[in-house]
Write a protein that binds this ligand. Structure first.
Ligand code: UT7
Length: 319
């Protein structure tokens, strides 16, 4: 039986760091409000002209190097992003060209902050189904492009970045279980309700959110989906070495860990330094923890995400 294994990861953060103090100097907010309500101290913001595919390229090169895989070996590239470079071609095709690969399948997945778990579960299905052997899975975002920088309720929450992993077909798992869900009836609580038509933006090009509704929804479904993937392999929370949740708010991460009965120190946190980087947040947090030696080969890791759509999902794997 074919399984998929995660064999390398990488990340990219834009150089420019924006501290809470910089935002409070021009918005009606404070460092104290941002820290206590979200846990965020700073975020990285892309330089003018720096796109999702640029960030994806750096993260992907790191992941390929860590995996010892050449771009030419990739037969699948999936980029999870809600901030693609263009309407088309896909960011995955642009990334393939920048990496210098040719011929394998390449496409984007749009599931907002759940995008990375959607992309990983999709790549896993391709590999297990024999449609691909070596896949690059990327989360890359420039949410700074879709924020209203005058709106204190959203501008303080997000950052830019990218994370990438390489998955390869193997005889042993690897990825043990995945679960994906969506409920479009909640599309209104987190959206960028704009489109391009006739040369104009129709609707709004800025992110809008009912923060409290999102918060309650997130805590509930993150608990449910974690239990769902664990149940698929008859595992319990005690069998999880590391939880790598979507990084939206420290209070959501702590509440999720508490509901699951997982000690808080086994949940990886990067929201304090990266803010919410949407589809990039899970691979970014994961790669940092691999590189600093916390997550090690053989550990059992649980990724879980929730975001606009509404969408949510989880991936359980042995690293
Ligand atoms: O990736 C998935 C997408 N996002 C999320 O998961 C975010 C989920 N939601 C959250 O993280 C939290 O709901 C927020 C951080 C967005 C907000 O925290 P909250 O504790 O739910 O605050 P709130 O929305 O209830 O607002 C409390 C007060 C309000 O003032 P009043 O009405 O009590 O006078 C807001 O106007 O805080 C005010 N406020 C701010 N004050 C200072 C909202 N934003 C700010 C701000 N600085 N930046």
């Amino acid at each position: 039986m074919i399984h998929s294994r995660l064999i390398g990861s990488g990340h990219c953060l834009p150089e420019r760091v924006v501290l809470n103090a910089e935002l409070s100097a021009r918005l009606d907010t404070t460092d104290e409000w941002i820290r206590t309500r979200t846990g965020i101290c700073q975020r990285h913001i892309a330089a003018p002209g720096q796109s999702s595919s640029d960030l994806a390229l750096v993260a992907s090169r790191e992941a390929l190097a860590a995996a010892g895989v050449a771009a030419a070996e990739l037969d699948l590239i999936i980029v999870a992003t809600s901030t693609p470079d263009f309407i088309f071609p896909s960011t995955a095709c642009l990334l393939q060209e920048k990496l210098g690969g040719r011929g394998g399948a390449a496409f984007d997945i749009q599931a907002v902050c759940s995008g990375f778990v959607y992309a990983m579960a999709t790549a896993d299905a391709y590999i297990r189904g024999g449609l691909a052997r070596t896949a690059l899975v990327v989360g890359a975002e420039v949410f700074s492009h879709i924020l209203d920088w005058e709106d204190r309720s959203t501008a303080v929450l997000f950052g830019d970045g990218a994370g990438a992993v390489v998955l390869r077909a193997d005889n042993a798992p690897g990825i043990e279980a995945t679960a994906l869900h969506a409920d479009g009836s909640h599309s209104g609580i987190l959206s960028v309700p704009g489109s391009v038509c006739g040369g104009k933006v129709v609707g709004s090009p800025f992110l809008q959110m009912d923060g409290q509704a999102v918060f309650k929804f997130a805590v509930r479904v993150l608990d449910e989906v974690a239990r769902e993937v664990l149940a698929k392999v008859n595992a319990s929370v005690d069998d999880v070495d590391w939880l790598v949740p979507h990084q939206a708010n420290l209070r959501i991460i702590e509440a999720t860990a508490k509901r699951l009965g997982l000690p808080a120190e086994r949940a990886i946190v990067s929201v304090d330094r990266h803010a919410n980087t949407s589809a990039a947040s899970i691979p970014l947090a994961f790669d940092e923890a691999v590189r600093d030696g916390r997550i090690r080969s053989g550990n059992r890791v649980l990724f879980e995400g929730v975001g606009g759509g509404f969408t949510w999902g989880a991936v359980l794997f042995r690293f």
